[in-house]
Write a protein that binds this ligand. Structure first.
Ligand code: PBG
Length: 330
């Protein structure tokens, strides 16, 4: 059928009709809000480059989690800023570690039962050098990030986080073989029911800039390009996902989101696993910078950005807009 028989505008006439034929929807239950846990009490330290986002001590994080639960969010993703860092990132698997402490506190609060607690697993927040793994130096200013020794440490951290009460373990380091090692370590400790959400397709991205302020995890030398993926590679992203599925990943997380919507779409068409996308710090900050200048309308821009990620095929979204978007959807 052609114009004038077909007039696509007929279905755009009123909000009621538009709403009836809307193809993609956002729901608070499919939003995950990141929390950056720091030592102390009563701490609520604003992150300069991320308006509305804070470093929170455990007591303040509990309040934020209450807010997430009352707004109907699906879950929280926990990152830790430890009191002390060292060369291997041992704070990541301490029983009294910062995220472990927060997880136990959340677990104890029954009103938070509707929230899924997801523990990000990585070493970069815990190492003095800020890399996501063990650094081997050869003296001449040359260094490598060791894969296999790192994987063993990530498995240790995962067990510790699961034992502290994490519902889901989410490795974000991009070492090879970590999903299998984490699965094996969890199973050995009887945690056969703890799912792994793998950051299967994580690109080395400039859009993580503000996060490194939030999590105090900027690499002190070099960059992450020897372990995170080259932004030019879609086929390689599919191989990463294949590998993680073989190793036992239960869910996939794609990251960043908006600059990689094509990768999300390709993964959606190819895989049946539940898949989320991470709208990362830089995506959030750049929109906020435009909001502050009055260049973009905040609410519409935020919702459109989230909708684009859903439309590309993500089932759920990790986003710093979580609280605000849930308020709009309420
Ligand atoms: C840890 C990690 C990072 C992010 C999530 N987990 C930083 C990085 O890889 O450099 C980025 C999240 C964001 O930018 O919001 N490895």
């Amino acid at each position: 059928m052609n114009f004038p028989q077909t007039r696509l505008r007929r279905l755009r006439k009123t909000e009621a009709i538009r709403s009836l034929v809307r193809e993609t929807h956002l729901r608070p239950e499919a939003l995950i809000y990141p929390l950056f846990i720091c030592p102390g009490e009563g701490v609520r330290k604003p992150i300069r480059s991320m308006p509305g986002v804070f470093n929170l001590s455990v007591d303040e994080a509990l309040k934020e989690a209450e807010l997430c639960a009352s707004l109907g969010l699906g879950g929280v993703l926990l990152f830790g800023l430890p009191a002390e860092k060292d060369e291997t990132g041992s704070g990541a698997w301490l029983e009294q570690g910062i995220v472990q402490t927060a997880l136990r506190a959340i677990r104890q609060q029954r009103s938070l039962g509707s929230l899924v607690t997801i523990a990000d697993v990585c070493l970069c927040e815990y190492t003095t050098h800020g890399h996501c793994g063990v650094v081997a130096r050869d003296g001449n200013d040359h260094y490598t990030i060791e894969n296999d020794s790192t994987v063993a440490l990530l498995a240790k951290a995962s067990v510790s986080l699961a034992e502290a009460g994490a519902d889901v373990i989410a490795p974000s380091d991009m070492m090879d073989g970590r999903v299998a090692a984490i699965r094996e370590a969890l199973d050995e400790r009887g945690r056969i029911d703890t799912p792994i959400m793998s950051y299967a397709s994580k690109f080395a991205s400039a859009f993580y800039g503000p996060f490194r302020e939030a999590a105090d995890s900027a690499p002190q030398f070099g960059d992450r390009r020897s372990y995170q993926m080259d932004g030019a590679n879609l086929r390689e992203a599919m191989r990463e996902i294949d590998q993680d599925i073989v190793e036992g990943a239960d869910m996939l997380l794609m990251k960043p989101a908006m600059p990689y919507l094509d990768v999300i779409r390709a993964a959606r068409e190819r895989y049946d696993l539940p898949m989320g996308a991470y709208q990362v710090s830089g995506e959030y900050s750049m929109m906020h910078a435009a909001f502050e200048r009055g260049w973009l309308e905040p609410e519409r821009t935020m919702m459109e950005s989230l909708l684009s990620i859903r439309r590309a095929g993500a089932d759920f979204i990790v986003t710093y807009f979580g609280l605000e978007a849930a308020r709009v959807l309420a």
